[in-house]
Design a protein around this ligand. Sequence first.
Ligand code: UGA
Length: 441
Amino acid sequence: MAHAQITKKYKICVVGAGHVGLVAAACFAELNHKVICVDNNHKKIKDLNKLILPFFEPQLERLAKKNLKRKKLFFTSKLEEAVRKSEVIFIAVGTPPRQDGSADLTSIENVAYNVACNLNSYKLIVEKSTVPVHTGKRIKETIMRYRKNSMDFDVASNPEFLREGKAIYDFFYPERIVIGVESKRAERILKGIYIKLKAPFVVTDINTAELIKHASNSFLATKISFINAVSRVCDLAGADVKKVSMAMGMDRRIGRDFLDAGIGFGGFCFPKDIEAFIYIAKKLGYDFNLLKEVKKINEEQRKHFVEKIKEYMWVLKDKKIAILGLSFKPNTDDMRFAPSIDIIKALLEEGAKLFLYDPQAYKEAKEIFYRDKKIRFAKNPYGAVKGCDCVCFLTEWDEFKKLDFKKIKRLMRLPFIADGRNMFDRKILTDLGFTYIGVGY
Ligand code: UGA
């Protein structure tokens, strides 16, 4: 009996086919649950059924294909039907930032309303998107207000900690699974869904689980801004931030991860989550000044990088600059809040001519910069650097680590490298005849 319970397969509905939703849906299906993934974007659903994915994520296409074929995974735009057929509903819709920094929860409310109208059996509604504390309470209130019967339901929080580019790995090998629940039934179901993963469960109330996610992302961003502030002091003092990070990281209380200085963090998570956490803390009565400083340091890193380039090149007007790496980090085509955008804009303001290359984010970058006549896109890194006075590395793609720098030197007009991610060895490049600048290095 106990065994039958443990191996139960759930009928799951994942609402939202964005990065979190699509990965979760494919991975739940891989764990043998029957998953319906819903999105109100008809074109996206049509494409997904033809296995055209809306973004690049290693391994995702393989998992989606396999589970579509074995009928464990379905894509649809029909939310009502999907809700009615499911026992567990994961909400993975977008919570975009509003002007004042708060998260826009319209899509979350809409799902809650739809669940209320289609409550044909017990359902567990789980927040997967990053949401401000007290959202669970609001979801529950909404369902209570609009439901048409007295059918039982539970709300839970199960924040996702996956990183873009490593999302599938992070799903199957999490360091912890956080479950915020109000009932034993909800706890049992959520534990049952993840039973095959070898990770510790952290069971809390819903408010605490919601807060764990914002606190985790904010802390990671704080670590990055801390080392970036140290990198500024290193620049002034003539010290090496790479060695500082290494030595600090050897202390287990500090840890080496997220201590890479550079042009700062981007992406759709850290910048928006910090804003949202500052906002919600303020609303509750606490002024989170530390996080305001984290944000400020992050913005200054990009400006400082451009200043360093100017300091060496003097006049940027009509200088040719190659930009290698556009996505906010490697292994993704995501350009949202990418540091490269601010740096490109600042260089354009100075009148430079830019030659852009990225292994994946070519299409996304073109959508942002297609109007700019001073920008050209290159098909490979060598095409980008040809005739240039400077090459900026803004994302640490593996492909760049294997480049032939002797060839690059021959192709450039001036052999000058600005390394925004401290990804190269200064000595090797200066020995080859390059002028090299890093960030605090
Ligand atoms: C982040 C968190 O790491 C995930 O745990 C979380 O689930 C996710 O947000 C989310 O909330 O959905 P992600 O945005 O995919 O994941 O990217 P990260 O790998 O965390 O990198 C964020 C940014 O920080 C990148 O721009 C990266 O270049 C930068 N970074 C990272 C640094 O500048 N230095 C470092 O040492 C590490």
